[in-house]
Write a protein that binds this ligand. Structure first.
Ligand code: SF4
Length: 185
């Protein structure tokens, strides 16, 4: 874990082993030390931080850390999360990037990824998955995210006691995990 103040000398900050989660992707960012004031995540070059002494207006640059005379101040952005974990960063990347599978295959990986993020103080969410298709341990992170006009449930969902809080399915989905849909009674 490393976001160190006044390192390696006064007025410098040291950013080590940082992982940026942004736009549903995970980027391992090169470690740097700098005494520049503004540190940006670069959408066009996500593994290399950019530093400046004046604020930038380039829309590809997201200001993520300020160096206040050797004190690192982390800034918050919707949809962008920073984590510092040199030991587990590759495991975290693998888990998050492997979630794009189907049916039962992703269940354990999704659970592990969400719990890793949550245990590190982040606030993950699970979108667009029915409650009965995700592990019980991460149901608390589920969001009812599909707009009502494009959301649907199956006939058997009418007897499910969780159908009001369930994300359901996209009306346009051509393949549904029918066998996994098990109403809570
Ligand atoms: S049975 Fe239907 S309503 Fe209940 S959790 Fe599963 S998909 Fe949602």
């Amino acid at each position: 874990m490393a976001l160190l103040n006044n390192t390696p000398a006064n007025l410098y900050i040291y950013i080590e082993n940082m992982v940026v989660v942004w736009g549903e992707k995970v980027y391992v960012v090169n470690s740097i030390y700098t005494k520049d004031k503004y540190i940006y995540f670069d959408i066009n070059d996500p593994e290399t931080l950019k530093t400046f002494n004046v604020r930038q207006s380039n829309e590809n640059l997201i200001l993520i850390i300020k160096n206040d005379l050797g004190i690192a101040i982390e800034l918050e952005h919707t949809g962008l999360e920073l984590t510092f974990d040199g030991i587990n960063k590759k495991a975290l990347m693998t888990k998050l990037n492997s979630v794009n599978k189907n049916s039962q295959e992703y269940k354990n990986e999704l659970k592990e990824a969400i719990l890793i993020l949550s245990n590190r103080g982040l606030n993950p969410s699970v979108y667009n998955l029915p409650l009965c298709c995700i592990d019980e341990e991460i149901r608390q992170f589920s969001c009812k995210s599909i707009s009502s006009w494009k959301n649907s449930l199956l006939d058997k969902c009418s007897r499910c006691i969780k159908n009001n809080e369930c994300a359901g399915f996209f009306t346009t989905s051509s393949i549904l995990p029918i066998d996994d849909i098990k109403p809570f009674i």
